[in-house]
Write a protein that binds this ligand. Structure first.
Ligand SMILES: [Zn+2]
Length: 503
């Protein structure tokens, strides 16, 4: 059900009659309207429009009375490289070698049966033995290992998309995430492979087509990356080329090598900015323990002739962050609260990665709460390829398994009696948004998430669909959580070995 602006505002005001409510409906609405307006054009990192947003967020922090916490005032600036694919010099060659005589079996060039959707790029020419890694699923805990991890080192892996239909890896089954190509690629990289070539599984051409189509649609040719990026080439072959490749591999009994050339031209680098402000803790000693509240303010910008307002993703998180900042400025907890609006999340968590590698002065981050997509309720099936399952919870908190105290401490805080919270320390947590950068640094991390819906990363993620009363309740829960984290006696620990980092 959709409600009108006036109705939703009234609902929000009604929800805020209680004295504990810290949400300012009008300010929230204004901020949402500004962030999602056509002039802001979808807040793509590196654009003039997103620079305007950063300036406004800094002004907002100043107006609320928060102290600057960046490296230059409220800003933490960093430079991102801008590689662009050079299609003419991107190809895959398959070679057969016997008695040092090399025979080229075929060459595939970009756009002619070969597809490439990189999020990062650096020119590389790789020549390595090819290994058929089956479906590429390596999940010994679920009884399946399509290739031996020790065999993958130094190889180019040829992997089939999807999973056997009768397995524990099909959609909805316990191991579904292992059937997703990004997970397979990452496993391959972690096992020492140098590149991945995806082909279709026998008789599953529709899956390949769908995956290539979806990726083509979502592909952002304006890549931005941190200078320390280590790109890992992942390419897709259409069914014709893929079948040929598999045939040649079998005919030559595996004695084939592949050369992969991925080429990029480097355009002018651009400056991105995190916007950071602090509420200094009231306790002299404990103030050096910092709780980080983060939300990304960038979004997808303009694509296919239209702009992406990104109301839920992630104007909603910025609204929640601003309300929490306002709530604590006059009554700081004993620990410090650092509020950071991240740049470049949609380009690959750039802002949070940068901050996690370049900590700000004033203390050590002992816990992190990431707010991303907190303005809507989950509806319909989760987007294609999403490892998230929708249920009827009103907010999901994913948290570091190595910090089980998070659920123990926060499950009963104020606001939870009127909000159905679902708690999860499932591995899906580790890759979704900016919290991943801090979890990787062994900071106890939480991801407050409203749920998946059909407007995710679509131009239809518009402000009229924000559920204001629900967002208000989530903000109250956030504030109560920060109150607890900021004041509790218990040490905010990350206990190694408490959980596996990855499956
Ligand atoms: Zn997003």
């Amino acid at each position: 059900m959709r409600i009108s602006r006036v109705q939703s505002l009234l609902v929000l005001i009604a929800a805020c009659q209680s004295i504990t409510c810290a949400v300012r409906p009008e300010a929230s609405r204004r901020l949402m309207d500004f962030l999602t307006s056509p002039e802001i054009a979808g807040r793509e990192a590196g654009t003039a429009e997103v620079a305007r947003v950063a300036d406004s967020l800094a002004a907002m922090f100043a107006q609320l009375g928060l102290k600057p916490a960046g490296t230059g005032g409220y800003f933490q600036s960093f430079v991102a490289e801008a590689p662009r694919i050079d299609s003419a010099h991107t190809f895959v060659r398959l070679n057969f070698e016997r008695n040092t005589v090399q025979k080229e079996l075929f060459e595939a060039t970009l756009g002619k049966g070969l597809f490439f959707f990189p999020k990062q790029g650096r020119s590389q020419v790789l020549e390595a033995p090819l290994l058929n890694g089956g479906y590429g699923i390596v999940a010994p805990e679920l009884g399946r290992e399509d290739y031996s991890p020790s065999m993958a080192k130094g190889k180019i892996l040829m992997l089939s998309l999807g999973a056997p239909s009768d397995s524990a890896f099909r959609p909805g089954a316990v191991g579904f995430r292992h059937s997703l190509s990004p997970i397979k690629s990452r496993m391959a990289q972690e096992n020492g492979a140098v590149a991945v070539l995806f082909v279709q599984a026998a008789g599953d051409a529709s899956r390949l087509q769908k995956e290539i189509q979806t990726r083509q649609q979502d592909f952002d040719p304006r890549i931005l990356q941190l200078p320390e990026a280590e790109p890992f080439p992942v390419l897709f072959m259409d069914s014709l080329l893929g079948a040929r490749m598999q045939r040649e591999y079998e005919n030559s009994e595996g004695r084939v090598s592949a050369s992969i050339s991925v080429a990029f031209t480097m355009e002018n680098p651009c400056t991105l900015r995190n916007v950071a402000a602090v509420v200094r803790g009231s306790d002299q000693e404990k103030a050096s323990e910092v709780i980080l509240v983060g939300a990304h303010y960038d979004h997808l910008g303009r694509r296919h002739g239209t702009y992406y307002p990104g109301a839920d993703d992630n104007a909603s998180g910025i609204v929640a962050l601003s309300e929490a900042a306002e709530a604590f400025v006059a009554r700081p907890p004993v620990r410090s609260l650092l509020f950071v609006c991240f740049d470049g999340e949609e380009k690959g968590l750039l802002g949070s990665k940068w901050l996690s590698n370049h900590p700000l002065e004033g203390g050590t981050v002992v816990a992190m709460i990431n707010l991303d997509c907190v303005g809507r309720i989950a509806s319909g099936p989760a987007p294609m390829g999403s490892p998230l399952q929708n249920d009827d919870s009103q907010i999901t908190v994913f948290y570091s398994k190595q910090a089980p105290w998070i659920e123990e401490e926060l499950a009963g805080v104020a606001g939870t009696e009127s909000l159905k919270v679902s708690w999860s320390s499932q591995p899906v947590f580790y890759e979704f948004s900016d919290h991943a950068s801090f979890h990787a640094k062994k900071v106890p991390s939480m991801f407050f998430f409203g749920g998946a819906h059909g407007d995710y990363h679509k131009p239809t993620d518009s402000p009229d669909k924000i559920e204001w009363d629900l967002l208000g309740k989530r903000i109250e829960f956030l504030i109560a959580s920060l109150d607890r984290l900021g004041n509790m006696q218990r040490k905010l620990e990350f206990v190694e070995g408490e959980g596996r980092r990855r499956p």
